[in-house]
Design a protein around this ligand. Sequence first.
Ligand code: ATP
Ligand code: MG
Length: 219
Amino acid sequence: MLTVAVISQKGGAGKTTLAIHLGTAAHASGLPTVIVDTDPQATASRWGKWRAGMDPDVIDCASYGLLPDKLAALDRAGAAFAVIDTPPAADIMAREACRAASLLLIPCRPRAFDLDAVRTTAELAKASGKPTFVVFMAGPPRGSVLYPEAGELVQRIGLQVAPVMLPERAAFHHSVAQGKTAFEIEPGGKAAEDVARLWEWVRKHASEIASKPASTVVA
Ligand SMILES: Nc1ncnc2c1ncn2[C@@H]1O[C@H](COP(=O)(O)OP(=O)(O)OP(=O)(O)O)[C@@H](O)[C@H]1O
Ligand SMILES: [Mg+2]
């Protein structure tokens, strides 16, 4: 089972938005997927209830210590992809998610305070030794100066930038309020394209990581 953890110690960075869009895109592409919610705020779980039975399943796992067994059970039950949403600040849950995942994604707005706050999350990610990428979220769709500068800062922190971002689009917040995703309410829209490209990249990257022995994976 490919397992990706979405982590950020900063509140409101876009963790849940990223996790539910990736999970739903993965499921729609034919990979049996679960979204695992380790956040006591239970935002992803509530969104899952609003979907009224539509896939993918959102599994609540907000108590420390349960995640490894829960993931093993999901794997045995046939899940091929798990995306773990984590809480801000509670680094004990994020640490557990980092241990369980083979790829870590850190959503971050391409803004000075947000980029600065990535340092704390970066320490957590580095301690896990897992390949980690920052995904720029909710920034302007274009930014010929902004993104190169933000990317440089991320690299100085010692992390890599994912080649696909989810910029500010109304469909991302309109959709979740209806228990849907951006590509479910606007299938041909720009947000749908962004998510499809991001999922393609994650699928390829996570599969490459899974196929390599741990010692050859560059974090
Ligand atoms: N690309 C985007 N375009 C538009 N709005 C976005 C985008 N990404 C995130 N948002 C909005 O930003 C807000 C915070 O996002 P989200 O809840 O996903 O963050 P979070 O990191 O999970 O927060 P928390 O730390 O509280 O769990 C939400 O209102 C969400 O709709
Ligand atoms: Mg959240």
